[in-house]
Every structure is written in structure tokens, then in C-alpha cells.
Design a protein around this ligand. Structure first.
Ligand code: CAA
Length: 251
């Protein structure tokens, strides 16, 4: 169980998972809870899914736009008031607006950069000072195989997910001496709504044949990577990218 000694008390560490009520994020929230963390899951808009998740798991949910700095400020302040200082931040929230660049709108570029990359600045900026003061922190950002290798139809998403890797390496260097690690988990194609939204013919003809393991990944397989990187045991790992993609891309 991930606990810390505060004064004479043993306290559960506090973890925030953005986009933590659906898909990979929901699996991460549950895995962290099962590992003994006190978890808060943020979500962007789907109240029905968030309420169902809360009912099924007992995990606290908070609604705000992770691409909006002021909304993040309010969200983080609320979580810290409810649960306490944040020890583990999982930057998981992400969207796709797939399309080839020659047809991509400014809005579809901006929406993906805002949710998938600006959010990393917003959220990490808001927790990093407290982590530095307390001498402990775990920042784990979810990238993608498509940020590592590029992907037809995803110039926006690949740019954001690749950005997460550079961001993490810089944050890792700046905070290594303060007990804070920053790492990336880079999933391949996982069987979530996001991947199931890819046209079936494209998925079957262009993507599945490229996965040597021969199947989509499970959200829990990504959650286990996150739980490991969040643990005390992973204190010597920082600035790294843990790829979990069924062998699709070996970086
Ligand atoms: N590689 C090479 N060629 C491809 C291709 C690919 N991956 N995908 C499509 N094409 C080709 C098609 O075969 C087609 O060629 P022809 O005209 O010769 O038949 C041409 O490109 C146009 O394809 P579409 O008819 O699909 O064009 P579209 O404009 O309707 O859609 C698209 C384009 C939106 C990019 C669509 O192909 C698509 O959604 N592709 C999937 C993109 C993808 O993999 N997204 C990942 C989402 S999951 C995720 O992001 C999670 C994660 O982290 C992994």
C-alpha cells in the first residue's frame, strides 16, 4: 500500500487522474485506488459516465476543462481542499480529432493541442511547487505510440503526444533532486472507445496487422505501468518512456 508518514500518522498518498472516469483513465484510477491511493478523477464533459464511474468505484470525480489554466486552478484547489496535497499526477486526459493535415481545421488542431498538451503544463505547473516543497512527487503523462512514430491522419495528436515526451524529459531534469520523478507511459492501440471510433476497415487493414502481439491492449495493462511508476519502488526511474504497444513500435 502506498502510504506516507505525516507526523505520527500513516496517510494514503493522493493521486489525481485527468480524464480518469473513462477508458484508460478509469482503469488507472481504479488500479491506483486498489494500490491504496486516495484518488480523484477529473473529467471533461460526460456527466453520465462520470456519475456511473463514481457509483461503481466510490472514486471522487471532478469536472473541468484541463486545457483551461484557470479551470485547472479551481479543480486542483477543490481536490486539495477535499483530499489534501497531491502526490501523484497522472496526465491522462486526451481526445482525437483525426484527419489528414490538408483537410484539418484550425479548431481541430487547437482542440487536440489544448486537451492533450496544454493540459500537461496546466496541471503539472499547479502541483509542482507543492511537490517540491514536500520533497516527493510522481508526474506520469500518457503519450501514445502515435506520438513516437507518427500516424496517418493524426498530425495534431502526434504533435501533442510527442510533446508530452519532451515536456517530461525537461520536468524530470528540473525536479530530480527534489524527490519528484516525471515519466511517460506510451500506449499502443488499446480497446477503448477512442480506438473503436477508428473506422473498422482502417483498424483491420492498416493497424491490427502492425501489432506483433496480434491484439489490442487492455486498459488494465496500461494502468499497471502507471501504478508501478507511481510507486516508491520506481524512484530511480525518471525522464523515461515506458512503451506498452504489443511490439508495434520499439523505440
Ligand atoms: N496508412 C496509409 N494509408 C492510409 C492510412 C494509413 N494508416 N489510413 C488511411 N489511408 C489511406 C486509405 O487507404 C485511403 O486510400 P485510398 O484512397 O487509396 O483508398 C486514403 O488514405 C483515405 O482514407 P480514408 O478513406 O479513411 O480517408 P478519410 O479522409 O475518410 O479519413 C482518416 C482519413 C480520418 C485519417 C481515417 O483514415 C482514420 O480515421 N484513420 C485512422 C487514424 C488513426 O489510426 N487514429 C488513431 C485513433 S486511436 C488513438 O489515437 C489512440 C492511440 O493513441 C493509439
Amino acid at each position: 500500500m502506498e502510504i506516507q508518514v505525516v507526523g505520527s500518522k500513516l496517510m494514503a498518498r493522493i493521486a489525481v487522474v485527468t480524464g480518469g472516469t473513462r477508458g484508460i483513465g478509469a482503469a488507472i484510477s481504479v488500479a491506483l485506488k486498489d494500490a491504496g491511493y486516495n484518488v480523484a478523477a477529473s473529467y471533461g464533459g460526460n456527466d453520465e459516465a462520470a456519475n456511473k464511474f463514481k457509483g461503481e468505484t466510490g472514486i471522487a470525480v471532478y469536472k473541468w476543462d484541463v486545457g483551461d489554466f484557470e479551470a485547472c486552478q479551481a479543480g486542483v484547489a477543490q481536490i486539495e481542499a477535499d483530499l489534501g496535497p497531491i502526490d501523484v499526477l497522472v496526465n491522462n486526459a486526451g481526445i482525437t480529432r483525426d484527419g489528414t493535415l490538408h483537410r484539418m481545421s484550425v479548431e481541430n488542431w487547437a482542440a487536440v493541442i489544448s486537451t492533450n498538451l496544454n493540459s500537461l503544463f496546466n496541471m503539472t505547473r499547479l502541483v509542482i511547487e507543492g511537490m517540491r516543497e514536500r520533497g516527493f512527487g510522481r508526474i506520469i503523462s500518457i503519450s501514445s505510440v502515435n506520438g513516437q512514430k507518427g500516424q496517418f491522419g493524426q498530425s495534431n495528436y502526434a504533435a501533442a503526444k510527442s510533446g508530452a515526451i519532451g515536456f517530461t524529459k525537461a520536468v524530470a531534469q528540473e525536479n530530480a533532486a527534489k524527490g519528484i520523478t516525471a515519466n511517460v507511459v506510451s500506449p499502443g492501440y488499446i480497446g477503448t472507445e477512442m480506438v473503436r471510433a477508428v473506422p473498422e476497415d482502417v483498424l483491420n487493414a492498416k493497424i491490427l496487422p502492425l501489432i506483433p502481439v496480434g491484439r489490442l491492449g487492455e486498459p488494465e495493462e496500461i494502468a499497471r505501468c502507471v501504478t508501478f511508476l507511481a510507486s516508491e519502488d520506481a524512484g530511480f526511474i525518471t525522464g523515461s518512456t515506458l512503451s506498452a504497444n504489443g511490439g508495434q513500435y520499439m523505440a
